[in-house]
Design a protein around this ligand. Structure first.
Ligand code: SF4
Ligand code: SF4
Length: 418
């Protein structure tokens, strides 16, 4: 496999949020998905009006428990259209009391690979890198890489925070480095990997502190180009999970805690004070923006500045996979000009693509020739749009070209000739 070490260096604006440390915020209510379609979930199944402890199971969703992330009572269910996750049937939980539900703590000798995966499932641990349940990933990797694992594979806790504003992984690594390492080692044991490390690009002072806390051999420093594509020494097959998933697995094993909270960075040009909050899943994003005194007239971006999506709707529940929320003041965007053929988009593309050529062929409807340019290898990192001097959204055009799969279907209306 050829590695492309290209990319861009972004102007990090993480400092202010990191200086404040992680602040705990408890909302008055949370909204938790209980079904991922538009069916009406029977409220009776959630035993409404009875006190649920934090971490108590409400129901099962896709084989994993949905747990109450605060101590409270289920008030009802409602349908929402989440900007990132589509239609969701959610339970409305109103905070009251301080009850907590925990899992039994296993003995060290009981921690077999399968037992660790089962704990990840019961504790409802999600990977913040993509919002996928950790037990699903571990199960898949355990089965697919059994033969290669000892020699050629490494499990990486991704603490890179490789975008402009997001600093949640760095804050978690500073706060509980030992627990992150323990969770990573348990995840590695679950898939029978002998190698694992924390990958990060922390500034020097913080890097030294992390190495001191977890041991130099457990830290791998990545380059500071965006996007990071190399998380381990070359020739190693890399598998990644988030540092928060590692922490949640460690807390489940050592303390019996289910995964109820996440650390999220709330930042952007419309906020006087960017912050990192530890909040329960299901917290209304508007509560976080209000806590940061977001000024009016901003655009809400769910996700980081390079790949996030804008949302008109601010009452969005924070769900696994969301670690950065941005409130950005609108700025004048110059009208995109024609491609000047400078080649910068190709120079920085880490996937080794020729974005300008893909766009040109797509615009000229040369769909049959697109396949050879591999537009589907684009991961949407946005680096080409960032660098383009003509102000073109090259990344969006490449992604669009990838969807054609070399074919175009033209619809000529009702044409039902037999
Ligand atoms: S968005 Fe796609 S084409 Fe553009 S730099 Fe990233 S991987 Fe390359
Ligand atoms: S960076 Fe922009 S202007 Fe330059 S070749 Fe790519 S698309 Fe064209």
């Amino acid at each position: 496999m050829q590695l492309f070490l290209r990319g861009i260096v972004l102007p990090f604006q993480k400092g202010k949020a990191l200086e404040r440390g992680i602040e705990n915020l408890t909302p008055d209510s949370v909204r938790l998905p209980v079904a991922t379609d538009d069916s009406v979930f029977p409220l009776a199944q959630l035993s409404p009006d009875t006190l649920k402890g934090q971490g108590e199971e409400l129901c099962l969703l896709d084989g994993m428990p949905v747990v109450s992330t605060i101590s409270g009572t289920v008030e009802g269910t409602l349908m929402i259209h989440h900007p990132l996750y589509g239609p969701l049937q959610c339970a409305d939980v109103l905070a009251s009391g301080s009850a907590e539900s925990r899992l039994p703590i296993p003995k060290e000798e009981e921690l077999t690979p399968d037992a660790i995966i089962e704990i990840a499932r019961q504790a409802a641990v999600y990977d913040e890198l993509d919002g996928i349940p950790l037990w699903e990933k571990l199960t898949h990797w355990q089965m697919t890489d059994e033969d290669l694992a000892p020699l050629h594979s490494v499990l990486v806790a991704d603490g890179t925070a490789n975008d402009v504003f997001g600093s949640a992984p760095w804050a978690v690594l500073k706060d509980q480095p030992g627990m992150v390492l323990y969770g990573l080692q348990m995840a590695a044991k679950a898939i029978r990997f002998t190698r694992c490390h924390i990958a990060t690009m922390l500034p020097k002072k913080r890097r030294r502190a992390l190495k001191k806390a977890v041991g130099r051999a457990n830290v791998y420093i990545v380059g500071d180009e965006y996007p990071v594509t190399v998380f381990a020494d070359k020739h190693m097959e890399t598998y990644r999970i988030g540092v928060q998933a590692c922490l949640a697995l460690a807390q489940a094993i050592k303390q019996g805690k289910r995964h109820t909270h996440t650390v999220v960075t709330v930042a952007g040009s419309a906020l006087p004070a960017p912050r990192n909050f530890r909040v329960p899943f299901g917290t209304d994003i508007d509560v976080l923006l209000s806590a940061c005194q977001a000024q009016g007239g901003y655009r809400l971006v769910l996700g980081d500045a390079m790949t996030g999506i804008t949302s008109e709707y601010r009452h969005v529940p924070l769900l696994p996979g969301m670690t950065t929320i941005l409130a950005m003041m609108p700025r004048r965007v110059r009208t995109p000009g024609p491609c000047i053929g400078c080649g910068r988009c190709a120079d920085i593309c880490h996937a080794g693509l020729l974005p300008y050529e893909i766009v040109r062929r797509s615009e000229n409807m040369h769909y049959e020739r697109l396949q050879h340019l591999s537009p589907t290898a684009c991961d949407g990192c946005g680096a080409c749009s960032y660098i383009c001097p003509a102000g073109r959204d090259v990344a969006a055009e490449v992604i669009e070209a990838g969807k054609t799969k070399g074919t175009v279907f033209l619809h000529w209306g009702e044409d039902d000739h037999e």
